[in-house]
Design a binder for this molecule. Structure first.
Ligand SMILES: NC(=O)c1ccc[n+]([C@@H]2O[C@H](COP(=O)([O-])OP(=O)(O)OC[C@H]3O[C@@H](n4cnc5c(N)ncnc54)[C@H](O)[C@@H]3O)[C@@H](O)[C@H]2O)c1
Ligand SMILES: [Zn+2]
Ligand SMILES: [Zn+2]
Length: 334
């Protein structure tokens, strides 16, 4: 291939400073170093976490190339890379799987120590960047930076997919779908006939709804301040939609009234302390399970009435639906 071993000049979207519009720029993308993979991106999704990064809610170093939900073709590989080869169809992984660290060696979690989200260095594992623009160093986001025609990622941040995968759609399997679906099926383990509430009906919330429905939930209450999200939510399985802005009482009170007592499973997919507390308060006092998927700003804190904790309900956070990137736990649920 004529790009092999050469720096590639291509287009990428750059966030130059906090909360600015992205600008499309010509960037230089260096060849992959040892243990790295250069990918020709075919499609990328836009996840709430990219929005958080651009707004500084997830603090990243500027200027950076956003994006982590990507599907592409391997253009070239660095020394020692063995899991993918040029031409392979791949997805990028915002949470890598090094298979060696304390998180990877424990089957109960997936937040690999080699992740670059919280905190973020904006650099590859060797502490350098592969991107420049007009001679200036450009930082990576989450070691994925999929808003670029070409990107370089560590081998542990890439997974090979089926050669027949539809590349225009498969990018959402990179984050939003496993995050939400896995939160319901894998982390909460929603049971048939149960009641659920989902706070936030964006990409993650929609996939949570799909997971609740697939698990046989009898009632799924969807909560969002944007009613344009309601038709799609209903099509995916939401049985009742609530807009907290139109209620004269706290949304958790409305959920309790609608269900007679409260729900078996509550999910937060927004990233706000107040909706996390509302999700907790919506859960059954004895056996309720509250799952937090939303990512909140760095100094954000929430407090719960201490008395509501000792009665038995569970509060859990979950990253990428508890899915183990390139390992096999996910396959037992599909
Ligand atoms: N834990 C993980 O592994 C993981 C993975 C991906 C994304 N996330 C996080 O999940 C969250 C959601 O991501 P997304 O991609 O679905 O975002 P999104 O922007 O598509 O959806 C968020 C939804 O929340 C709604 N909303 C905003 N404020 C609200 C309020 N006060 N009350 C009710 N609804 C409100 C919005 O209208 C929108 O529909 C983000 O915080 C993101 O960072 C976490
Ligand atoms: Zn994401
Ligand atoms: Zn690891």
């Amino acid at each position: 291939m004529d790009t092999l071993g050469k720096t590639i000049t291509c287009l990428a979207a750059i966030a130059w400073k906090t909360n600015s519009s992205l600008s499309l720029e010509e960037v230089q993308v260096e060849p992959p170093k040892a243990g790295e993979v250069r990918i020709k991106m075919i499609s990328t999704g836009i996840c709430g976490s990219d929005d958080h990064a651009i707004k500084g809610i997830i603090p990243l170093k500027y200027p950076f190339i956003p994006g982590h939900e990507g599907a592409g073709l391997v253009e070239s590989i660095g020394e020692g890379v063995s899991s993918v080869k040029p031409g392979d169809k791949v997805l990028t992984l915002i949470v890598p799987q090094c298979r060696e660290c304390s998180a990877c060696l424990n089957p109960k979690g997936n937040f690999c120590e080699k992740q670059d989200i919280l905190p973020s260095s904006g650099l590859m594992l060797d502490g350098t960047s592969r991107f420049t623009c007009k001679g200036e160093k450009i930082y990576h986001s989450f070691r994925t930076s999929t808003f670029s025609e070409y990107t370089v990622v560590p081998e542990i941040s890439v997974v090979k997919i089926d050669a027949a995968a539809p590349m225009d759609k498969i990018c959402v399997i990179s984050c939003e779908v496993p995050t939400g679906y896995g939160a319901a099926v894998h982390s909460a383990k929603v049971t048939p006939g149960s009641t659920c509430v989902v706070f936030g009906l964006g990409g993650i919330g929609s996939a949570i709804v799909m997971g609740c429905k697939a698990s046989g939930a009898s009632r799924i209450i969807g909560v969002d301040i944007n009613e344009e999200k309601f038709p799609r939510a209903r099509a995916l399985g939401v049985t009742d939609c609530l807009n907290p802005s139109n209620l004269k009482k706290p949304v958790q009170e409305a959920v309790k009234e609608m269900t007679g007592i409260s729900v078996d499973f509550a999910f937060e997919a927004i990233g706000l302390a107040e909706t996390m507390v509302a999700a907790w308060d919506s859960c059954h006092v004895s056996h309720g399970v509250c799952i937090i998927t939303g990512v909140s700003p760095p100094n954000s804190k929430f407090s719960l009435s201490a008395q509501t904790v000792s009665t038995g309900r569970t509060l859990k956070g979950v990253c990428l639906g508890g899915v183990l990137g390139n390992r096999t736990v996910w396959s037992s649920h599909t």
